[in-house]
Design a protein around this ligand. Sequence first.
Ligand code: XMP
Length: 494
Amino acid sequence: GAAAAEVFESGATGYAYNDIILLPGHVYFAADDVRLDSRVSRSIPLKTPLVSSPMDTVTESAMAIHMALQGGLGFVHYNNTVREQKKEVDRVKRYESGFITDPKTLAPHHTIADARDIKARYGFQGIPVTEDGRMGSRLLGIVSNRDIEFIRDPQVRLGDVMTRELVTAREGVTLEEAYAIVKESKKGKLPIVNGRGELVGLVARTDILKSRDFPNSTKDKVGKRLLCGAAIGTRPEDRDRLDALVEVGVDAIVLDSSQGDSTYQLDMLRYIKNRHAHLDVICGNVVTRSQAYHLIRAGADGLRIGMGCGSICTTQEVMACGRPQATAVYMVSQLAREHGVPTIADGGVSSIGHIIKGLSCGASCVMMGSMLAGTDEAPGEYFYKDGVRLKKYRGMGSMEAMKQGSAVRYFSEDDRVRVAQGVSGAVIDKGSLRRYLPYLIQGVKHGFQDLGVLSLQELHQRLYEGRLRFQVRTPAGQMEGSVHSLYTYERSAV
Ligand code: XMP
């Protein structure tokens, strides 16, 4: 095999993931021993080097929550109003808090229909009922699913059906004490009250179970809240969007542009760094060292790599610009590493092998669109076509998405005629991320095991020391390496 430098630095040829293959190393440990710890940006560590793309058919709150729970990160898209995007980020930030300090509450005069409405909208069960329906007023009871599930009439008042005998904890209780009471009482919710019996907080049983189920989750240091990213554009009005997202505690901002080396992006980056110094800003997209250098010099905390390699992208065909992804990831990541800036290999991933190749070419983590768009947690409803269960997936530069507002990613301010740089389509149902992400993570660990590397740090060390060996596959080599010579009689085998 050859070292990465020999393969990628020839200049004249660019390689896609499928063009290259890695030579195996020596296996002396179990796949479970592999550690995938990485960073998505300067100050955000991840246990899982996977992030979801800010696309309107990929990342809203449900996706971002589950990516973060399993050690990755989600970037909420901005093909929506400022209010809508803020609400999605807010949902992620509120998702797993030890103490819920602003629970939804109702009053005794509210009805079963009101309680069901809260459950449908927020998924909460067990709603505290207070004297005037607000936090800080006297706690009278709790209405849970068991109180109302067999009652047909939605107009029955909660005061008539709620549970009045409550187990509560006094203000000042520690989280550990509260958890112990919850376990002991076997109740779903533990209201926290002050000396006057007024509701000041709530602890949820599901939060305890969640932190047990997801030991790798991506959380902040203090409040145990999940981390959440979001994308914005580089127009003047995006400054208001930024402020709204900061208000609800967004942790990282992606400046979303198909060609990131622009005055617009540099100006926006400097503006954010001046205004919100604590916030990590991920710039891009880039595919060359010089593009990357301009952004790194201006203070980028992370770089997103990829131009036209996405499954729904037509940028390379329409704009004649871009770069095959394996070469792009290697060239940019090598420079970024010298400056301590993590990189995201964005797009072009359609198998576990592509994730491993992206990381092997130097990326700190991998961003996916199509791989995640068919999961339960992606926005949109499933539908059937020819007996196959599908979900919609579309490029943010597709005519369809642009009509809804995403044109900012693909056009400068004075463009009058729009040329699409993406298409709309559908992807096959993949079920829930609860099962799908562990499958991807385990697959990546197996790949590392075959390479004989125990961690991402070791992988990158070998890469830059020339000890990770690559080969370029001929077309016959690629054919040989994929499924062939089979008579395919089942759709699932195609
Ligand atoms: P995958 O391959 O994971 O790619 O589906 C997702 C990435 O593709 C980019 N993207 C686009 N690129 N036209 C493009 O040229 C588009 O309409 C488009 N929409 C998304 C984006 O970087 C995303 O993360």
